[in-house]
Design a protein around this ligand. Structure first.
Ligand code: SF4
Length: 308
């Protein structure tokens, strides 16, 4: 694969550092959740946005260093959106030497005919897309389907499910489809969106616009994004803490009877033992607070899992 041509020494150094960091996070997630395994043939779903373009590029770098055989095939689904630039992705894949397949299915017309004007298309559009991608993965003999979702996607999904669906659920790093035919993986799930965006810009990927469908933005997700940004303005660890919470679940302190079973829950009580309280809650109350949960230092994510 050809390397990008950095415009300056600083840009090149920044790109190398950023790539190393993203590769380290990707390798760590992959190792923890068995995302990439010997002999895998991975279908990388490439929409042409910054996330999927970065995913493809980073997986290609991982493949160069992996101690086992790993095949990648980039798949783009052209959904018939007006103005979709059909030549951009094939030219890029060929220039970079990627195996690829372009699928053309006019889901746009189906969605337009089924969804009343003014309603968002996303639910039907993504259902149709998922079905097509699952079938294509089978036809291509792929063992996994890689998607470009990142940290912000999963923490926004967590809050959306908490606030609007009454579920504690985010995005899985690895998931087998209901019918057992496909395994979906999300190697970038612990990577920060801002770093992926910077990487994509430094790599000068030819980004395909994501608003061609003309659908309204998902308004609830936009609100959640704004909420997280606002909170992160007060405490820069908010995004990292939300991600860390997904790997630090205290079942005993929830109300899921199926998970709790008959066992007697044991441990510190959040209120009586003052495990974690904000200063505002406890000021003047005489309650002694334990140290708040330490936020992970985002600059210290170990790179040990990256095999060279
Ligand atoms: S934003 Fe457009 S392309 Fe994306 S899921 Fe919604 S309707 Fe489909």
């Amino acid at each position: 694969m050809k390397s990008p041509s950095p415009t300056s020494e600083n840009t090149g150094a920044r790109l190398r550092r950023l790539e190393k960091r993203l590769l380290g996070q990707l390798a760590q997630t992959s190792e923890a959740f068995k995302l990439l395994e010997p002999g895998d043939r991975v279908m990388v779903a490439v929409s042409g946005g910054k996330d999927s373009m970065s995913l493809l590029s980073l997986l290609a770098r991982i493949r160069e260093r992996a101690p086992f055989a790993l095949e990648l095939i980039a798949v783009n689904l052209d959904q018939g959106h007006p103005g979709f630039p059909t030549d951009v992705l094939p030219s890029y894949f060929e220039a970079r030497g990627f195996d690829y397949k372009i699928i053309r299915e006019d889901t746009y017309s189906i969605v337009k005919s089924k969804i009343p004007e003014g309603r968002t298309y996303c639910s039907l559009c993504s259902r149709l897309r998922r079905g097509i991608l699952y079938n294509v993965a089978q036809e291509l003999g792929c063992t996994k389907i890689a998607l470009g979702h990142h940290r912000e996607d999963t923490i926004e999904t967590l809050l959306l499910n908490l606030l609007y669906s009454g579920q504690i659920k985010a995005m899985p790093a690895r998931l087998q489809s209901d019918d057992g035919r496909n395994i979906v993986i999300r190697p970038l799930l612990e990577c920060a969106e801002a770093e992926i965006a910077e990487y994509a810009a430094l790599m000068q990927f030819p980004i395909v616009p994501c608003d061609l469908c003309g659908s309204q933005d998902n308004l609830k997700r936009q609100r959640i994004k704004r909420l997280i940004s606002e909170l992160a303005g007060e405490n820069p660890n908010v995004r990292g803490n939300l991600l860390a919470a997904l790997g630090n679940v205290r079942v005993t302190h929830l109300l899921d009877r199926a998970l709790l079973g008959d066992a007697e829950p044991r441990g510190r009580d959040t209120w009586l033992d003052a495990e974690v309280h904000s200063p505002a809650e406890t000021a003047g109350s005489g309650v002694r607070t334990a140290s708040p949960v330490a936020a992970p230092d985002e600059s210290l994510i170990p790179l040990s899992a990256l095999r060279r």
